[in-house]
Ligand binder design. Structure first.
Ligand code: BT5
Length: 281
């Protein structure tokens, strides 16, 4: 799917958007290297808060730490949002958690599935990754100027769209629900949730997001996990988040509670692949 079908997605999204700020203005590309790279350029040139960049396909989709994001045409969502919150740079990583909550809400609402948030930036369904988030900061003399919030959601990708090494760990909303999801409906829902949580975060701070986050993280909380953090690997029990969004892990080696701000989590014994209903229903 390319050209006209890609533009249909953009046209349908424009008519479905119900947000005040996020999504205005809206840049769309049938194909691009990376929506985050383009949005970063726009932000440096002064683009306003709420500007979004969407592409139908990416030729160089970026993950974290130099990893790449598989971005086939016509089936998924590749979105970058420019935000300019008046917060210190140290607080900005909380936007990863906020975005995961917004994505989980959209998946529950539009697909009636039961997503799980894997701290800090993945959303899984049935134990497989359907969404990745990449928040990149622009600072000037230590002050935060902009955050480029990159969101990739596998919506209608068939298994064949993923390279074989991802077959065991990546999935799409189509593959887990058995039905095709309208990309514009999903994206409009996601942007509505994103705006709602962003306003809440600006007004009340991360504390207001802890409960919604924990609602989707039940498969991680209380479990034995290993976190590969910049300061080393911590193995222990996931206790929850503090009011700053740091993950609290009680180490099984020394009983000390570690406060982790970044890292890759694995649940020892794996994620539950059981039921897929929305816990709120
Ligand atoms: C992420 O990185 O999960 C962040 C992904 C962000 C992608 C969006 S798309 C729109 C915007 N523009 C960009 O250029 N990027 C953002 P990380 O946690 O590092 O995970 C990357 C790893 O996930 C890879 O090394 C693969 O193992 C796996 N992976 C790659 N593509 C995937 C896909 N489509 N679905 C699921 N897993 C994938």
């Amino acid at each position: 799917m390319s050209g006209p079908a890609a533009r249909d997605f953009a046209t349908a999204l424009r008519t479905r958007l119900q947000t005040k700020t996020i999504g205005h203005p809206f840049h769309f590309f049938p194909t691009i290297d990376s929506t985050n790279i383009y949005a970063a350029r726009l932000a440096r040139e002064g683009a306003t808060e709420g500007t979004i960049v969407i592409a139908d396909a990416q030729s160089g989709g970026k993950g974290r730490l130099g990893r790449s994001w598989v971005s086939p045409p016509g089936v998924n969502l590749y979105l970058s949002v420019i935000l300019r919150p008046s917060v210190s740079a140290g607080v900005a990583p909380q936007l990863n958690l906020l975005t995961a909550v917004a994505v989980a809400n959209a998946i529950a609402d539009v697909c009636q599935l039961r997503p799980v948030i894997k701290w800090p930036n993945d959303v899984l369904v049935n134990g497989k990754k359907v969404c990745g988030i990449l928040a990149e900061m622009q600072t000037e003399a230590g002050a935060l100027r902009a955050v480029i919030l990159g969101i990739g959601v596998n919506i209608n990708a068939p298994l064949s769209a993923f390279p074989e090494e991802l077959h065991g760990k990546a999935s799409s909303l189509l593959l887990v629900s058995g039905r095709t999801i309208e990309r514009s409906t999903f994206t409009a829902s996601l942007l509505t949730h994103l705006e709602k949580y962003y306003v809440l975060w600006i007004e009340q701070g991360f504390a207001a997001l802890r409960m919604p986050w924990e609602q989707y993280a039940s498969e991680v909380l209380g479990k034995r996990i290993a976190v590969a953090a910049p300061e080393g690997t911590v193995t222990g029990t996931a206790l929850g988040l503090d009011n700053d969004g740091a993950l609290l892990v009680q180490s099984e080696t020394d009983g000390v509670v570690h406060r982790l701000l970044a890292g890759d989590v694995s649940v020892i014994g794996g994620y539950d692949r059981g039921e897929t209903h929305d816990p709120r229903r």
